[in-house]
Design a protein around this ligand. Sequence first.
Ligand SMILES: *Cc1c(COP(=O)(O)O)cnc(C)c1O
Length: 394
Amino acid sequence: MFESEQMKNRAIPTAKDKTLFTPGPLTTSLNVKQAMLRDAGSWHFEFNEIVAQIREDLLDLAGVAKADGYTTVLMQGSGSFGVESVIGSVVPPDGKLLIVANGAYGDRMVKMAERLRLRHRVLRFPENVTPDPSEIDRLLLEDPEVSDVAGVHCETSTGIENPITEIGRVVKARGKIYIVDAMSSFGALPIPLKNSGIDYLISSANKCIEGVPGFSFVIARRDALVATEGSARSLSLDLLAQLKGFETNGQFRFTPPTHSILAFEQAMRELDDEGGITARCERYRRIHKVLVSGMRRMGFRTYLPEEVQSCIITSFYYPSDSKFSFPEFYQKLSEKGFIIYPGKISQADLFRIGSIGRIFESDIRSLLAAIQETVLEMELCLEEHSFEPSLAAK
Ligand SMILES: *Cc1c(COP(=O)(O)O)cnc(C)c1O
Protein backbone atom coordinates (compact mmCIF):
# COMPACT_ATOMS: atom_id res chain seq x y z
CA MET A 1 0.00 0.00 0.00
CA PHE A 2 1.22 3.47 -0.82
CA GLU A 3 2.02 5.58 2.16
CA SER A 4 2.16 9.32 1.89
CA GLU A 5 5.28 11.10 3.01
CA GLN A 6 3.28 12.60 5.83
CA MET A 7 2.05 9.23 7.08
CA LYS A 8 5.59 7.91 7.10
CA ASN A 9 6.80 10.90 9.08
CA ARG A 10 4.02 10.46 11.53
CA ALA A 11 5.12 6.90 12.21
CA ILE A 12 8.58 7.98 13.32
CA PRO A 13 8.54 8.19 17.10
CA THR A 14 10.01 11.42 18.39
CA ALA A 15 11.53 11.81 21.81
CA LYS A 16 10.37 15.38 22.07
CA ASP A 17 6.82 16.64 22.43
CA LYS A 18 5.66 19.94 21.02
CA THR A 19 5.96 22.83 23.45
CA LEU A 20 2.64 23.92 24.92
CA PHE A 21 1.85 27.62 25.22
CA THR A 22 -1.63 26.88 26.50
CA PRO A 23 -3.65 27.39 29.68
CA GLY A 24 -3.25 23.74 30.69
CA PRO A 25 -2.45 20.93 30.49
CA LEU A 26 1.04 22.36 30.22
CA THR A 27 4.53 21.29 29.30
CA THR A 28 5.91 19.46 32.34
CA SER A 29 9.44 18.54 33.36
CA LEU A 30 10.93 15.16 32.50
CA ASN A 31 11.12 14.27 36.19
CA VAL A 32 7.43 15.02 36.66
CA LYS A 33 6.62 12.66 33.78
CA GLN A 34 9.00 9.99 35.07
CA ALA A 35 7.46 10.12 38.54
CA MET A 36 4.42 8.42 36.99
CA LEU A 37 6.25 5.25 35.95
CA ARG A 38 5.04 3.40 39.02
CA ASP A 39 2.04 1.46 40.23
CA ALA A 40 0.95 2.81 43.58
CA GLY A 41 -1.61 0.82 45.55
CA SER A 42 -4.19 3.25 46.78
CA TRP A 43 -4.58 1.47 50.12
CA HIS A 44 -0.89 1.34 50.71
CA PHE A 45 0.42 3.44 53.59
CA GLU A 46 3.23 4.88 51.45
CA PHE A 47 0.74 6.32 49.00
CA ASN A 48 -1.46 7.66 51.79
CA GLU A 49 1.57 9.36 53.32
CA ILE A 50 2.21 11.13 50.02
CA VAL A 51 -1.40 12.31 49.93
CA ALA A 52 -1.14 13.60 53.50
CA GLN A 53 2.11 15.39 52.72
CA ILE A 54 0.63 17.01 49.61
CA ARG A 55 -2.36 18.26 51.62
CA GLU A 56 0.02 19.85 54.13
CA ASP A 57 2.39 21.26 51.52
CA LEU A 58 -0.51 22.95 49.76
CA LEU A 59 -1.41 24.78 52.97
CA ASP A 60 2.23 25.91 53.28
CA LEU A 61 2.20 27.10 49.70
CA ALA A 62 -1.00 29.04 50.40
CA GLY A 63 0.67 30.66 53.40
CA VAL A 64 -1.83 29.29 55.90
CA ALA A 65 -1.67 26.61 58.58
CA LYS A 66 -3.85 23.92 60.08
CA ALA A 67 -3.62 25.90 63.32
CA ASP A 68 -5.27 28.87 61.58
CA GLY A 69 -8.20 26.61 60.75
CA TYR A 70 -7.46 25.79 57.12
CA THR A 71 -7.56 22.40 55.45
CA THR A 72 -7.04 20.91 51.97
CA VAL A 73 -9.37 18.63 50.06
CA LEU A 74 -8.17 16.89 46.92
CA MET A 75 -10.88 16.05 44.39
CA GLN A 76 -10.62 13.69 41.42
CA GLY A 77 -11.21 15.19 38.00
CA SER A 78 -10.16 18.37 36.23
CA GLY A 79 -10.45 21.88 37.67
CA SER A 80 -14.13 22.22 36.79
CA PHE A 81 -14.89 19.18 38.97
CA GLY A 82 -13.32 21.07 41.87
CA VAL A 83 -15.37 24.20 41.17
CA GLU A 84 -18.57 22.18 40.82
CA SER A 85 -17.74 20.30 43.99
CA VAL A 86 -17.47 23.55 45.97
CA ILE A 87 -20.48 25.27 44.46
CA GLY A 88 -22.63 22.16 44.75
CA SER A 89 -21.51 21.34 48.31
CA VAL A 90 -21.27 24.57 50.27
CA VAL A 91 -24.22 26.76 49.30
CA PRO A 92 -26.95 25.99 51.86
CA PRO A 93 -30.35 24.74 50.58
CA ASP A 94 -31.94 28.07 51.51
CA GLY A 95 -28.91 30.07 50.39
CA LYS A 96 -28.22 32.04 47.27
CA LEU A 97 -24.99 32.24 45.27
CA LEU A 98 -23.77 35.46 43.70
CA ILE A 99 -21.46 34.79 40.74
CA VAL A 100 -19.21 37.61 39.61
CA ALA A 101 -18.32 36.96 35.99
CA ASN A 102 -16.16 38.62 33.35
CA GLY A 103 -15.27 35.67 31.17
CA ALA A 104 -15.86 32.05 30.22
CA TYR A 105 -14.90 30.54 33.58
CA GLY A 106 -17.30 32.82 35.46
CA ASP A 107 -19.94 31.79 32.92
CA ARG A 108 -19.12 28.13 33.55
CA MET A 109 -19.98 28.65 37.23
CA VAL A 110 -23.31 30.13 36.15
CA LYS A 111 -23.99 27.00 34.08
CA MET A 112 -23.13 24.84 37.08
CA ALA A 113 -25.52 26.81 39.30
CA GLU A 114 -28.27 26.42 36.68
CA ARG A 115 -27.66 22.68 36.33
CA LEU A 116 -27.62 22.23 40.12
CA ARG A 117 -30.81 24.31 40.37
CA LEU A 118 -29.10 26.59 42.89
CA ARG A 119 -30.68 29.91 43.64
CA HIS A 120 -28.21 32.35 42.18
CA ARG A 121 -27.58 35.80 40.77
CA VAL A 122 -25.02 36.91 38.25
CA LEU A 123 -23.13 40.18 38.23
CA ARG A 124 -21.45 40.50 34.83
CA PHE A 125 -18.68 42.80 33.73
CA PRO A 126 -17.21 43.16 30.23
CA GLU A 127 -14.43 40.70 29.44
CA ASN A 128 -11.74 43.40 29.44
CA VAL A 129 -12.90 45.12 32.64
CA THR A 130 -12.30 43.97 36.22
CA PRO A 131 -15.30 43.65 38.56
CA ASP A 132 -16.02 46.77 40.61
CA PRO A 133 -16.14 45.90 44.34
CA SER A 134 -18.52 48.77 45.08
CA GLU A 135 -21.08 47.32 42.66
CA ILE A 136 -20.78 43.97 44.41
CA ASP A 137 -21.29 45.74 47.73
CA ARG A 138 -24.39 47.50 46.42
CA LEU A 139 -25.86 44.19 45.25
CA LEU A 140 -25.13 42.49 48.58
CA LEU A 141 -26.85 45.33 50.40
CA GLU A 142 -29.86 45.18 48.10
CA ASP A 143 -30.19 41.36 48.21
CA PRO A 144 -29.57 40.06 51.76
CA GLU A 145 -30.57 36.54 50.66
CA VAL A 146 -27.14 36.10 49.02
CA SER A 147 -25.15 33.75 51.27
CA ASP A 148 -22.10 32.99 49.11
CA VAL A 149 -20.09 34.95 46.54
CA ALA A 150 -17.97 33.27 43.85
CA GLY A 151 -15.45 34.81 41.49
CA VAL A 152 -12.43 34.02 39.34
CA HIS A 153 -8.90 35.24 40.05
CA CYS A 154 -7.18 35.05 36.67
CA GLU A 155 -9.88 34.72 33.98
CA THR A 156 -7.87 32.47 31.73
CA SER A 157 -10.29 33.09 28.86
CA THR A 158 -8.65 36.50 28.36
CA GLY A 159 -5.78 36.65 30.87
CA ILE A 160 -7.35 39.38 33.00
CA GLU A 161 -6.34 39.46 36.67
CA ASN A 162 -9.31 40.25 38.92
CA PRO A 163 -8.97 42.12 42.24
CA ILE A 164 -9.87 39.22 44.54
CA THR A 165 -8.58 40.89 47.70
CA GLU A 166 -10.63 44.08 47.23
CA ILE A 167 -13.71 42.00 46.37
CA GLY A 168 -13.03 39.81 49.43
CA ARG A 169 -13.08 42.82 51.75
CA VAL A 170 -16.56 43.73 50.57
CA VAL A 171 -17.79 40.13 50.76
CA LYS A 172 -16.48 39.63 54.30
CA ALA A 173 -17.74 43.02 55.51
CA ARG A 174 -21.21 41.76 54.58
CA GLY A 175 -20.55 38.42 56.31
CA LYS A 176 -20.79 36.21 53.22
CA ILE A 177 -18.88 33.06 52.28
CA TYR A 178 -16.21 33.75 49.64
CA ILE A 179 -15.29 31.25 46.90
CA VAL A 180 -12.40 31.93 44.52
CA ASP A 181 -11.49 30.01 41.38
CA ALA A 182 -7.71 30.49 41.41
CA MET A 183 -7.17 27.66 38.95
CA SER A 184 -4.66 29.36 36.69
CA SER A 185 -2.96 31.58 39.30
CA PHE A 186 -2.32 29.54 42.43
CA GLY A 187 1.35 28.61 42.66
CA ALA A 188 2.48 31.61 40.60
CA LEU A 189 0.61 34.72 41.72
CA PRO A 190 0.77 35.50 45.44
CA ILE A 191 -2.69 35.13 47.02
CA PRO A 192 -3.14 36.48 50.55
CA LEU A 193 -5.75 33.94 51.64
CA LYS A 194 -6.43 35.37 55.09
CA ASN A 195 -6.39 39.02 54.01
CA SER A 196 -8.68 38.29 51.09
CA GLY A 197 -11.13 36.50 53.37
CA ILE A 198 -11.20 33.48 51.06
CA ASP A 199 -13.19 30.57 52.50
CA TYR A 200 -12.69 28.25 49.53
CA LEU A 201 -9.86 28.54 47.03
CA ILE A 202 -9.91 26.12 44.10
CA SER A 203 -7.00 25.17 41.87
CA SER A 204 -5.78 22.11 40.00
CA ALA A 205 -2.75 19.92 39.49
CA ASN A 206 -1.96 20.85 35.91
CA LYS A 207 -1.65 24.63 35.96
CA CYS A 208 1.00 26.74 37.71
CA ILE A 209 2.22 23.92 39.93
CA GLU A 210 3.18 22.18 36.68
CA GLY A 211 1.81 18.74 37.47
CA VAL A 212 -0.30 16.59 35.17
CA PRO A 213 -4.13 16.52 34.98
CA GLY A 214 -6.10 14.24 37.27
CA PHE A 215 -7.31 16.18 40.28
CA SER A 216 -8.19 19.58 41.65
CA PHE A 217 -7.74 20.82 45.19
CA VAL A 218 -9.65 23.08 47.50
CA ILE A 219 -8.03 25.05 50.30
CA ALA A 220 -10.84 25.71 52.73
CA ARG A 221 -11.60 27.25 56.07
CA ARG A 222 -12.37 24.04 57.93
CA ASP A 223 -15.11 25.53 60.16
CA ALA A 224 -16.95 26.88 57.14
CA LEU A 225 -16.78 23.53 55.38
CA VAL A 226 -17.86 21.52 58.43
CA ALA A 227 -20.85 23.85 58.78
CA THR A 228 -22.11 22.81 55.32
CA GLU A 229 -23.14 19.32 56.53
CA GLY A 230 -26.13 18.15 54.52
CA SER A 231 -25.81 20.69 51.69
CA ALA A 232 -24.06 18.53 49.09
CA ARG A 233 -26.02 17.93 45.90
CA SER A 234 -23.74 15.23 44.52
CA LEU A 235 -22.33 12.02 45.95
CA SER A 236 -18.97 11.84 44.18
CA LEU A 237 -18.36 15.60 44.36
CA ASP A 238 -19.37 15.92 48.03
CA LEU A 239 -16.62 18.17 49.39
CA LEU A 240 -17.24 17.59 53.10
CA ALA A 241 -17.51 13.81 52.68
CA GLN A 242 -14.21 13.91 50.80
CA LEU A 243 -12.61 15.82 53.71
CA LYS A 244 -13.96 13.26 56.16
CA GLY A 245 -12.40 10.51 54.05
CA PHE A 246 -8.97 12.11 54.29
CA GLU A 247 -9.39 12.82 57.99
CA THR A 248 -10.57 9.33 58.94
CA ASN A 249 -8.43 6.95 56.89
CA GLY A 250 -6.23 9.26 54.82
CA GLN A 251 -7.82 8.14 51.57
CA PHE A 252 -9.79 9.37 48.61
CA ARG A 253 -13.31 7.95 48.86
CA PHE A 254 -13.19 6.56 45.33
CA THR A 255 -10.30 5.49 43.07
CA PRO A 256 -7.54 8.05 43.49
CA PRO A 257 -5.60 9.51 40.53
CA THR A 258 -2.46 7.68 41.69
CA HIS A 259 -0.13 8.61 38.83
CA SER A 260 -1.21 12.21 38.89
CA ILE A 261 -0.53 12.37 42.64
CA LEU A 262 2.98 10.97 42.15
CA ALA A 263 3.66 13.52 39.43
CA PHE A 264 2.29 16.27 41.66
CA GLU A 265 4.58 15.30 44.52
CA GLN A 266 7.54 15.80 42.16
CA ALA A 267 6.07 19.04 40.75
CA MET A 268 5.74 20.48 44.28
CA ARG A 269 9.38 19.55 44.95
CA GLU A 270 10.43 21.35 41.76
CA LEU A 271 8.39 24.43 42.67
CA ASP A 272 10.25 24.53 45.97
CA ASP A 273 13.62 23.98 44.23
CA GLU A 274 12.86 26.87 41.90
CA GLY A 275 12.34 29.19 44.86
CA GLY A 276 8.61 28.92 45.48
CA ILE A 277 5.87 31.25 44.31
CA THR A 278 8.14 34.31 44.14
CA ALA A 279 10.60 32.70 41.73
CA ARG A 280 7.93 31.07 39.62
CA CYS A 281 6.06 34.35 39.34
CA GLU A 282 9.31 36.00 38.31
CA ARG A 283 9.88 33.45 35.51
CA TYR A 284 6.32 33.74 34.19
CA ARG A 285 6.50 37.55 34.26
CA ARG A 286 9.77 37.54 32.38
CA ILE A 287 8.37 35.15 29.76
CA HIS A 288 5.21 37.22 29.42
CA LYS A 289 7.24 40.40 28.95
CA VAL A 290 9.49 38.88 26.27
CA LEU A 291 6.41 37.47 24.53
CA VAL A 292 4.47 40.72 24.46
CA SER A 293 7.35 42.89 23.32
CA GLY A 294 8.29 40.37 20.61
CA MET A 295 4.70 40.10 19.37
CA ARG A 296 4.29 43.89 19.35
CA ARG A 297 7.50 44.30 17.42
CA MET A 298 5.98 42.07 14.71
CA GLY A 299 2.81 44.16 14.72
CA PHE A 300 0.44 42.05 16.84
CA ARG A 301 -1.84 43.87 19.26
CA THR A 302 -2.81 42.74 22.76
CA TYR A 303 -6.47 42.71 23.82
CA LEU A 304 -6.30 43.78 27.47
CA PRO A 305 -5.24 47.09 28.98
CA GLU A 306 -1.81 46.78 30.61
CA GLU A 307 -3.10 47.46 34.15
CA VAL A 308 -5.30 44.37 34.22
CA GLN A 309 -3.18 41.96 32.15
CA SER A 310 -1.80 38.99 34.14
CA CYS A 311 1.47 37.24 33.33
CA ILE A 312 -0.37 33.90 32.98
CA ILE A 313 -1.78 34.06 29.46
CA THR A 314 -2.05 36.80 26.84
CA SER A 315 -4.78 37.40 24.25
CA PHE A 316 -3.79 38.82 20.87
CA TYR A 317 -6.07 40.21 18.18
CA TYR A 318 -6.14 38.42 14.84
CA PRO A 319 -4.20 40.50 12.32
CA SER A 320 -6.58 42.54 10.16
CA ASP A 321 -5.08 41.12 6.94
CA SER A 322 -7.80 39.04 5.24
CA LYS A 323 -5.20 36.38 4.39
CA PHE A 324 -5.09 35.49 8.11
CA SER A 325 -6.79 32.23 9.05
CA PHE A 326 -6.36 31.02 12.60
CA PRO A 327 -6.57 27.29 11.74
CA GLU A 328 -3.79 27.74 9.17
CA PHE A 329 -1.68 29.86 11.55
CA TYR A 330 -2.17 27.26 14.28
CA GLN A 331 -1.33 24.37 11.95
CA LYS A 332 1.85 25.98 10.69
CA LEU A 333 3.03 26.68 14.24
CA SER A 334 2.16 23.15 15.27
CA GLU A 335 4.25 21.76 12.40
CA LYS A 336 7.14 23.78 13.79
CA GLY A 337 6.60 22.26 17.24
CA PHE A 338 4.62 24.99 19.00
CA ILE A 339 1.07 24.75 20.31
CA ILE A 340 -0.82 27.98 20.91
CA TYR A 341 -4.48 28.37 21.88
CA PRO A 342 -7.64 29.73 20.28
CA GLY A 343 -9.56 32.62 21.82
CA LYS A 344 -12.52 32.01 24.08
CA ILE A 345 -14.63 35.15 23.99
CA SER A 346 -17.44 36.28 21.80
CA GLN A 347 -16.76 39.95 21.25
CA ALA A 348 -13.37 39.90 19.55
CA ASP A 349 -11.34 37.60 17.31
CA LEU A 350 -8.41 36.61 19.50
CA PHE A 351 -5.88 33.87 19.97
CA ARG A 352 -4.04 33.17 23.20
CA ILE A 353 -0.48 32.36 24.17
CA GLY A 354 0.21 31.04 27.66
CA SER A 355 3.37 31.77 29.61
CA ILE A 356 2.95 29.04 32.22
CA GLY A 357 4.36 25.53 32.48
CA ARG A 358 7.90 24.22 32.23
CA ILE A 359 8.92 26.77 29.62
CA PHE A 360 11.70 29.32 29.64
CA GLU A 361 12.69 32.52 27.90
CA SER A 362 14.50 30.50 25.22
CA ASP A 363 11.24 28.66 24.41
CA ILE A 364 9.45 31.98 23.96
CA ARG A 365 12.23 33.25 21.70
CA SER A 366 11.89 30.08 19.58
CA LEU A 367 8.13 30.56 19.46
CA LEU A 368 8.56 34.19 18.36
CA ALA A 369 10.91 33.10 15.58
CA ALA A 370 8.39 30.48 14.43
CA ILE A 371 5.60 33.07 14.44
CA GLN A 372 7.77 35.44 12.38
CA GLU A 373 8.43 32.65 9.88
CA THR A 374 4.73 31.78 9.74
CA VAL A 375 3.81 35.43 9.12
CA LEU A 376 6.20 35.40 6.13
CA GLU A 377 4.88 32.06 4.82
CA MET A 378 1.29 33.30 5.00
CA GLU A 379 2.41 36.63 3.49
CA LEU A 380 0.61 38.50 6.24
CA CYS A 381 0.84 42.22 6.34
CA LEU A 382 1.06 43.46 9.93
CA GLU A 383 1.28 47.04 11.08
CA GLU A 384 4.73 47.48 12.50
CA HIS A 385 4.96 49.50 15.67
CA SER A 386 7.72 52.09 15.57
CA PHE A 387 7.69 52.30 19.34
CA GLU A 388 7.06 49.82 22.08
CA PRO A 389 4.38 50.77 24.62
CA SER A 390 5.86 50.60 28.09
CA LEU A 391 5.21 47.32 29.86
CA ALA A 392 4.07 47.72 33.40
CA ALA A 393 6.22 45.47 35.57
CA LYS A 394 3.39 43.08 36.35
C1 LIG B 1 -8.38 25.73 33.66
C2 LIG B 1 -9.39 26.51 34.39
C3 LIG B 1 -10.54 25.90 34.96
C4 LIG B 1 -10.83 24.43 34.89
O1 LIG B 1 -10.83 23.90 33.65
P1 LIG B 1 -10.71 22.33 33.45
O2 LIG B 1 -10.67 22.19 31.98
O3 LIG B 1 -11.89 21.71 34.07
O4 LIG B 1 -9.44 21.91 34.14
C5 LIG B 1 -11.40 26.69 35.69
N1 LIG B 1 -11.19 27.99 35.85
C6 LIG B 1 -10.11 28.61 35.34
C7 LIG B 1 -9.93 30.08 35.60
C8 LIG B 1 -9.18 27.89 34.59
O5 LIG B 1 -8.11 28.50 34.08
